[in-house]
Design a protein around this ligand. Structure first.
Ligand SMILES: *Cc1c(COP(=O)(O)O)cnc(C)c1O
Length: 315
C-alpha cells in the first residue's frame, strides 16, 4: 500500500460518541459520554490504531518495510501491529515476553495468522528491550526494521491520540472531564496535549504503582515540551495489578454490558469504568458534571481471558 492510501485509511476513520443514560446517572446528575474508539477497526482496535497512525506513515515515508515490536503474550498492541502489517503491507516481527506456550493463545495465534514472526525471549532479556545494544543485535538478526516500542508509545503515538480531542470538538460536545485507561501513559499524554490545558483529565492506571505520573510528565516534556496541571493518575483501580481481577470486577463488566450493550475488557476499560462508577457513587464529581470516557478498545483480550478462566465475561 502506498503512502497516500495509508494516510487516507487512517484519516477516514472517526469513532462515534454515545451517551449513556440510567437512573443512577440521572440521580447523581452526571452526564456520561463514551467515545467508541473500540469501533474504529475490528482488529486494529482503539488507542492502538491512534498510536500506529503516524508511526506507520513515518515507516512508509522512510521506506521501511518491516515493523518490529515488543509485547506480552496477550498484548493488544501485538495483535494490532500484526493486523496492521497484514492490512497495510508490512512484514511484522513480534518479540514476545516469556516462553512459548503451545497451543498458542488466541492473541498469538491471531498474530501468527496475520503473518507476524513471533520470537519468544525470557523476562531477563526482555528488560533490555529499550537498550541500543540489544536493538542492534536485533538488527543483525532480522535486518533493518522500523521499531515500535512496547505498547506503541512514542511521540508519534501521542500525536495520533491527540486527534481524539479535535474529533470531540467537531461534534460540539463540551465535557468537564476526560477519562482514559493507562498502561504506558501514551494515550493519556496525547489527550492532555490535545486539550492544551483545557478541562480535566483522569487516567485510570491498569498497573500497580505510581510510576505513571512521572512517565506522563516525561512524555509530555519530551514530545510537547510543555507542562500541564489539569490531569491526574488514579492508582486505586488496578484490582491487584496488571491483568489481575476479582469476581466483583467481572460482575460489574457483565452488568454494564447488559445495561448499555457496550463491551468492556477486564484488563483496561472494565477497570476504568468500575473506577468511574465508584467515583460517581462517592460524589467525586460535582453535580452537573459531564464526562467523556474514551473506550480504548482491547476487546480481543476478552477471548483470551475467557479461554483461561472459563467463559466468565458475557459476549
Ligand atoms: C494498550 C491499552 C491501553 C493503555 O494505553 P497506554 O497508551 O499504554 O497508556 C488502554 N486501554 C486499552 C484497551 C489498551 O489496549
Amino acid at each position: 500500500m502506498n503512502i497516500g492510501d495509508l494516510t487516507y485509511a487512517f484519516s477516514s476513520q472517526k469513532s462515534p460518541i454515545q451517551k449513556i443514560t440510567s437512573n443512577f446517572l440521572t440521580q447523581k446528575e452526571i452526564q456520561l459520554f463514551i467515545k467508541r474508539d473500540d469501533l474504529i477497526h475490528a482488529e486494529i482496535s482503539g488507542n492502538k490504531w491512534r498510536k500506529l497512525k503516524y508511526n506507520l506513515i513515518e515507516a512508509k515515508k522512510t521506506n521501511q518495510s518491516t515493523l518490529l515490536t515488543f509485547g506480552g503474550a496477550f498484548s493488544n498492541h501485538i495483535s494490532a501491529v500484526a493486523a496492521a502489517g497484514a492490512e497495510f503491507g508490512f512484514r511484522t516481527i513480534g518479540i514476545i515476553r516469556g516462553e512459548q506456550v503451545l497451543p498458542l493463545n488466541p492473541t498469538l495465534s491471531f498474530a501468527k495468522k496475520c503473518g507476524m514472526d513471533l520470537h519468544f525471549i525470557n523476562r531477563t532479556l526482555y528488560r533490555n528491550k529499550n537498550k541500543p545494544d540489544y536493538q542492534n543485535r536485533l538488527k543483525n538478526q532480522f535486518g533493518d526494521f522500523f521499531l515500535l516500542p512496547e505498547g506503541g508509545t512514542n511521540c508519534l503515538a501521542l500525536e495520533g491520540c491527540s486527534e481524539i480531542i479535535q474529533e470531540v470538538k467537531n461534534k460540539h460536545i463540551d465535557t468537564d472531564y476526560y477519562c482514559v485507561s493507562c498502561g504506558t501513559g501514551g494515550t493519556i499524554s496525547g489527550i492532555i496535549s490535545g486539550l492544551n490545558g483545557e478541562k480535566k483529565v483522569l487516567g485510570f492506571s491498569a498497573l500497580k504503582g505510581d510510576f505513571l505520573t512521572t512517565e506522563v510528565f516525561k512524555l509530555l516534556n519530551e514530545c510537547v515540551g510543555k507542562e500541564f496541571s489539569n490531569w491526574e493518575i488514579l492508582t486505586e483501580y488496578h484490582f491487584g495489578g496488571y491483568a489481575k481481577w476479582t469476581p466483583e470486577l467481572i460482575n460489574f463488566i457483565n452488568q454494564l454490558y447488559e445495561e448499555t450493550t457496550i463491551p468492556f475488557d477486564p484488563i483496561y476499560t472494565g477497570k476504568m469504568l468500575f473506577g468511574i462508577y465508584d467515583l460517581i457513587r462517592k460524589d467525586f464529581f460535582e453535580k452537573g458534571s459531564s464526562l467523556m470516557v474514551i473506550h480504548t478498545g482491547g476487546l480481543q483480550g476478552i477471548q483470551g481471558f475467557n479461554n483461561r478462566f472459563g467463559n466468565l465475561i458475557k459476549t
